[in-house]
Design a protein around this ligand. Structure first.
Ligand code: SF4
Length: 456
């Protein structure tokens, strides 16, 4: 991605909020006893006097107050969560390379006394970010290479990615675009956005535009509407997608003004990133509900993260809980090979085992596609457990969720090429067990010859 013309953040009255001289400091409000918050926000175990008391309930629910009061220094963090002297020293070192930013809301979800808390691991830096920092790439997906004009990535014929800003309400420790954090806060200038729109107008194959960042919802609703309304005037743009973590890390942003604006320009789809069941709160559920009522479907793209959500139990709970708030589990991403994230990456087998452990044990609607976004812009590859043990043009041997092998008659396809007669045993990871159980399969096959009998 080409560095934007305007690196320094422009201080504007309305947007993005809170990037002012006092951005790193909590604003201490006058205490208003009736509006004073109790420690009942989220699952916080936070010292009320050190953090929540200055905030009024009204402020707490105001996304601009939340944004202004993000925790961006180790000193400030240490007043809100226990950090040893060693940790403070280490974190200060880490943040010289990879800065820190946590919304008060998201911090309130952390059990600050649990060093392994899954919310903490996503938000609070780890020394391993620099200790293992030489592993991986700055830009593993080759986004810079695929940028056709500044901020516009055109990799697939019918889709483009518009990167409108590099500002996010929270800096997720596993972020694929960590490289952009060095550049400070920027938003695309009107000139840059015009160049992007002109490119989209000229390329009639583009029917799907993804607004991305950073987080595009850091822009004011007015500025966002300016972009979306212009996209809507382009006939060949069929759908607009928004990639945002606001519903998870600062759900108050999904307010009536934003939803009212989005409802005018559908079809708009919103993809967000819940990674752990603890992120599903009354506030985030209400934000998703407001989006759905505005006609904006919400899909979830979680990232598989070591020690955070890398178990069947956690993923099942996450996905079932998402369905309860009417959010569709869409992708489970293998964590990209990004410098500074190695400590959070899992093996590919872990992801496949998770999908294997979910299939058959929860509804199919709750099971995301496990995908790897290939390096160098190779695109997304779905991976799933191997259920096809052998295949010929007459039959397949399939494995079900209970581990049973079942013969399945392969109907002849009159149109198109015949399936190959080659069996796939040689390349099959189950070939050993399959060879051992070949004889056991025969009775199954006999039993299956009259399939009508097997059907209930
Ligand atoms: S919200 Fe998205 S772009 Fe922003 S830091 Fe988190 S993962 Fe990265």
């Amino acid at each position: 991605m080409t560095k934007p013309e305007t690196i320094k953040f422009q201080i504007e009255e309305e947007e993005p909020p809170g990037i002012t001289a006092t951005r790193n400091e909590l604003v201490v409000e006058e205490e208003e006893p009736p509006g004073k918050l109790a420690v009942t926000v989220g699952t916080a175990i936070i010292n009320e006097n050190s953090f929540l008391a200055p905030a009024t309930r009204e402020n707490w629910n105001d996304w601009k107050w939340q944004f202004r009061n993000r925790i961006t220094t180790v000193e400030r963090l240490s007043t809100l969560t226990p950090l040893s002297a060693k940790e403070k020293t280490q974190l200060k070192l880490v943040t010289t390379k990879y800065p820190l930013s946590i919304t008060p809301y998201y911090l309130s979800l952390i059990n600050t006394y649990d060093p392994d808390d899954p919310i903490r691991k996503q938000a609070i830096p780890s020394f391993e970010e620099i200790a293992l920092g030489s592993i991986g790439f700055e830009d593993p997906l080759g986004e810079k290479r695929d940028s056709v004009v500044p901020g516009l990535v055109h990799r697939y014929p019918d889709r483009v990615l518009m990167v409108l800003t590099d500002i996010c309400p929270m800096l997720c420790r596993h972020c694929t675009r960590k490289r952009e954090w060095h550049n400070g806060g920027w938003v695309r200038t009107p000139g840059e956005i015009k160049t992007m729109l002109d490119y989209i107008r000229r390329h009639k194959s583009i029917r799907d535009v993804i607004l991305s960042g950073g987080d595009p919802l850091t822009l004011s609703t007015r500025r966002l509407e300016d972009v979306i309304s212009k996209l809507r005037q382009i006939d060949h743009v069929e759908i607009i997608r928004i990639g945002t973590r606001f519903p998870v890390v600062l759900p108050h942003r999904i307010d009536d003004e934003l939803c009212g604006m989005l409802s005018k320009y559908g079809p708009i789809w919103l993809n967000t990133q819940f990674n752990h069941p603890h992120e599903i709160t009354p506030e985030s559920a209400a934000a998703c509900e407001r989006l759905l009522r505005a006609g904006v479907p919400v899909n979830n793209q979680s990232v598989l993260l070591r020690g955070i959500n890398d178990s069947v139990a956690t993923q099942t709970k996450l996905c079932n809980s998402l369905l309860k708030i009417k959010v569709r589990p869409y992708y489970l991403f293998q964590c990209d090979e990004v410098q500074g994230t190695e400590h959070l990456r899992t093996s590919v087998e872990t992801g496949i085992k998770i999908i294997d452990g979910m299939r058959g044990h929860t509804s199919g609607l709750a099971i995301p596609s496990f995908v790897i976004d290939l390096p160098e812009g190779g695109g997304k590859i779905p991976l799933q457990p191997n259920y096809v043990l052998t295949q010929t043009k007459e039959e397949l041997v399939l494995r079900n969720y209970q581990g049973r092998f079942v013969w399945y008659r392969n109907p002849k396809d009159k149109k198109g090429p015949e399936p190959t007669a080659e069996t796939q045993i040689a390349n099959n990871p189950f070939s050993d067990s399959l060879n051992e159980t070949k004889r056991e399969l025969q009775p199954v096959r006999v039993r299956n010859e009259n399939r009508a009998r097997l059907r209930p």
